[in-house]
Write a protein that binds this ligand. Structure first.
Ligand SMILES: Nc1ncnc2c1ncn2[C@@H]1O[C@H](COP(=O)(O)OP(=O)(O)OP(=O)(O)O)[C@@H](O)[C@H]1O
Ligand SMILES: [Mg+2]
Length: 369
């Protein structure tokens, strides 16, 4: 099998480093502190939570709820309830009575999907009823035999719910009451998460330990990559690994994607230029994803994106040279464009330097388009 996973989590063998972060989360959980884990997209938040679960699953029942794509309180509760029934809380034997009681208490209906997995559907007509069910779900976990870890991934989504409901206040009240449940909130939109957890006038103000996830250090990632290529009897030079880490800005998903592709080749490249030739084919395949890009942006936004692709990292987008390259006249126009591209998460700012968020897009525009 290809050791460079492109989604999810398997076991520690395919997971690089994160030792300090793992220990910190484990110690928080054991000391009954709730955590907020935040980081840029595709850096490894969700995988890290599963990694921690791997080590704690004997002592805790672990529930992982991903609320990405939910748009309302109703969707939120559905995801949490479904995560609960698919977790180890219910994977043990003689659960049927426990399960039916749970389903009844939250007013849900159960169906079994084609994959044989049970799923719940809950529809609320008013928010009090919904809050009541949310309480039921969490009090159910609070009464679980083993202590429970409930991870709510993409937690910033609750900020986008359109119904005017006091979810944060309600949730905080319930969370405070659950002695048997440790919460891990995680997400990627920094301003939304800080609004929830670091605003003085908000219910969750300083209720959790904030933890930012950075990049995997170069040395650790290099060793990890080298080790897996050598286990697979594939010869790869140290300098090529350095090169891959450099062109991907050590952004986890992109490192994985490039290594996964390279690992899948029957013949390993002997030089950087041989690698480039192989890699070009991979980037070329991305055309289907990126071909409609120009239509999604204004002309100037798109020419700025292309200028970013050519430069890689940009320290000062309003400098004369960059304005010229981007075919934008005037620093104030560029400021507007930058704001739009940052808001759309096309561009990311890392240590005061800007680059395209999507590394493969950078390479596509640079080498192929
Ligand atoms: N420490 C690691 N070692 C090896 N692979 C990892 C590691 N962390 C994450 N990955 C891999 O990197 C990819 C991105 O990880 P993950 O989905 O956890 O990121 P994320 O920060 O949750 O992203 P998103 O913001 O899109 O939810 C996945 O393919 C995952 O398997
Ligand atoms: Mg994730």
């Amino acid at each position: 099998m290809n050791p460079f996973l492109l989604k999810g989590y398997k076991n520690p063998e395919y997971f690089c480093d994160r030792e300090k972060e793992k220990e910190k989360i484990i110690s928080s959980v054991r000391n009954e502190q709730d955590i907020t884990l935040f980081a840029i997209r595709r850096i490894g938040k969700s995988a890290l939570i599963h990694h921690v679960f791997y080590y704690l699953r004997k002592d805790f029942d672990c529930v992982f709820a991903d609320i990405w794509g939910t748009t309302s309180l109703n969707g939120f509760i559905n995801e949490i309830a479904n995560a609960v029934i698919q977790s180890s809380v219910f994977s043990k034997r003689s659960i049927s009575k426990k399960l039916t009681d749970f389903i009844k208490s939250i007013g849900a209906s159960l169906s079994v999907g084609i994959d044989g997995k049970p799923s719940l559907d809950i529809m609320y007509h008013d928010k009090n009823q919904a809050f009541k069910s949310l309480e039921e779900v969490l009090y159910f976990l609070d009464n679980n035999k083993l202590p429970v870890i409930l991870a709510i991934d993409e937690f910033q989504e609750i900020k986008k719910y359109n119904d005017s409901i006091p979810l944060e206040a309600k949730l905080r009240t319930i969370v405070q009451k659950c002695q048997n449940v440790r919460f891990i909130f995680s997400g990627s939109e920094y301003h939304l998460l800080t609004d929830i957890f670091s605003s003085f006038n908000k219910p969750f103000y300083q209720t959790t330990r904030m933890m930012e996830l950075g990049k995997i250090p170069t040395n650790d990632y290099r060793k990890f990559i080298l080790n897996h290529f050598s286990i697979g009897n594939k010869k790869i030079d140290n300098s090529l690994i350095e090169y891959i880490l450099k062109i991907s800005y050590q952004h986890t998903y992109y490192v994985q994607a490039i290594c996964n592709y390279l690992y899948g080749q029957s013949k390993m490249p002997n030089s950087i230029s041989e690698f480039d030739a192989i890699y070009y084919e991979y980037i070329e395949e991305k055309r289907v994803f990126y071909s409609e890009l120009p239509q999604r942006f204004t002309k100037q936004q798109f020419s700025t994106i292309k200028a970013f692709a050519r430069m890689g990292q940009v320290k000062s987008p309003t400098s004369a040279d960059f304005l010229q390259l981007a075919e934008v006249t005037g620093a104030s126009s560029m400021q507007r464009i930058m704001k739009a591209l940052l808001d759309k998460q096309v561009i990311i700012k890392e240590n005061d330097i800007y680059r395209l968020y999507d590394v493969l897009l950078e390479h596509f525009l640079k080498y192929v388009s």
